[in-house]
Design a protein around this ligand. Structure first.
Ligand code: DGI
Ligand code: FE
Ligand code: FE
Length: 414
């Protein structure tokens, strides 16, 4: 059996990818091409969330029985190396001849990958460009050095890339881009614009991009519209209250107002997400959950919220995501953004659970750590006084202890 792996970010998969995969399939008489989207270490790289890239692949490849998708790299936490992927694939297909489809740019990078010797020993590389003279020379060099088997596909590699598509969408907006795409697809093949049309995405993938707001940042208004579908009215009112309170505190403490408002806006975005979905979204983003978080939605919604903010609202900023993630329990040594969200959630103008709130609201403007400690203390007291015994998350206790010590050390110094 001859199988060919085709790795990439596929952000998004475009017609050029499909074109070269089809060509390789017939030219090298392959049994199948397996598309292997790269993983993303949660929130780190500037690529779209894995789930979207995977969904776009599924949509684009559904009519091609010889094309498969493997999520092995997506399922692997942290950095992924092609070497490990090949090892796994060899276990699944021990007798297969394994090809690896690449563009010319990749040919120049393989030597820098982990264990290139292993790769050249175990793979037959197919380079999807026959024209590039430099790549022919590079192939010869690699053959001499590693005894590499590098073959050139007899097809044109369309030089438009996913990154060009992303920037074009960003620049034109969805409607203009759709228009451009339609125009390009009407060009004849020999027309110089044809290669461009090949580079675009298929229509159903474009619909997915639009529906999931990929490649264009959502405006605040769009976020609120989306959020209003996920939240009840009372929760939306609370959210706007947190935004108001947090913006004031951001000014007082000189914190990044944009980040603070986004974190405030989205802090409870997963409040009504069903438990099973919440656990799933955390797991696929490698967010670890303890046993209590797995059974209490009051605790789970903050971590699930960070993941939802990342996947659905396009937030990639770690500081914003952390503020959402820790808004319920807090954590020791919180950043200023985390503290602002943590206390704004408790003291926003619509809250009235305690007569101490007006005092907290005043103190918040001068001593945020003191208010943090008090809110944590109140939460612990509240949970302990409830009729139905409440388990307490270790983070809540650790955070309380941290701020209690901080305040008492500070008072001693005075
Ligand atoms: O989502 P909100 O209602 O705006 O507020 P939140 O996210 O701060 O808190 C949600 C609930 O979580 C609140 O009723 C208190 C509860 N909570 C906070 N810390 C712990 C906790 N519940 C348990 N069981 N254990 C905790 O450590
Ligand atoms: Fe909350
Ligand atoms: Fe809240």
């Amino acid at each position: 059996m001859k199988i060919c792996l085709f790795g990439g970010t596929f952000d998004p998969i475009h017609k050029g990818h499909i074109h070269i995969a089809k060509n390789a399939l017939s030219e090298f008489k392959l049994d199948k091409v397996i598309f292997v989207p790269t993983g993303n270490s949660y929130m780190k790289k500037d690529v779209s969330p894995a789930i979207h890239r995977l969904n776009m692949l599924k949509i684009a490849l559904k009519d091609f029985p010889e094309f498969e998708i493997s999520d092995i790299e997506i399922k692997r936490e942290g950095y992924t190396y092609t070497r490990d992927t090949i090892k796994e694939i060899k276990e699944i297909y021990p007798d297969a001849e394994i090809y690896f489809l690449i563009g010319t740019d990749t040919l120049f990078m393989i030597e820098k990958w982990v264990e290139p010797e292993y790769l050249f020993n175990n793979l037959i590389f197919i380079v999807a460009d026959r024209k590039d003279k430099n790549s022919k020379e590079k192939a010869k060099e690699l053959k001499d050095k590693f005894n590499a088997d590098i073959r050139f596909s007899n097809c044109d590699f369309y030089d438009i890339s996913s990154s060009d598509i992303r920037s074009k969408i960003r620049e034109l907006g969805y409607s203009e881009f759709a228009f451009e795409m339609k125009k390009a697809s009407e060009c004849k093949e020999d027309n110089e614009n044809a290669s461009f049309s090949y580079g675009y995405v298929i229509e159903s993938v474009f619909d997915y991009i639009k529906d999931n707001h990929l490649y264009i940042d959502l405006s605040d208004a769009e976020m609120i519209t989306l959020l209003s579908k996920d939240l009840k009215e009372s929760r939306l009112i609370h959210t706007l209250g947190v935004m108001d309170e947090a913006s004031v505190l951001a000014k007082v403490y000189n914190a990044d107002i944009k980040k603070v408002s986004l974190a405030a806006l989205l802090h409870d975005c997963a409040k009504y997400m069903p438990m099973d979905e919440s656990i799933e979204i955390c797991e696929r983003n490698f967010v670890k959950l303890n046993d209590l978080e797995r059974k209490k939605s009051s605790l789970l919604h903050s971590k699930a919220g960070a993941c939802l903010a990342y996947e659905k609202y396009g937030i990639k900023d770690k500081e914003i995501l952390d503020a959402i993630s820790y808004h319920t329990t807090g954590r020791p040594d919180m950043s200023i953004i985390e503290k602002i969200i943590f206390i704004s959630d408790a003291i926003e103008p619509n809250r009235d659970y305690s007569e101490k709130l007006p005092m907290y609201r005043m103190i918040a403007n001068v001593d945020i750590d003191l208010v943090c400690m008090n809110i944590l203390k109140d939460t612990l007291d509240h949970l302990n006084s409830m009729e139905e015994k409440q388990e307490i998350d270790i983070k809540t206790i650790e955070t309380y202890e941290y701020y209690k010590t901080l305040i008492s050390d500070r008072d001693k110094k005075k």
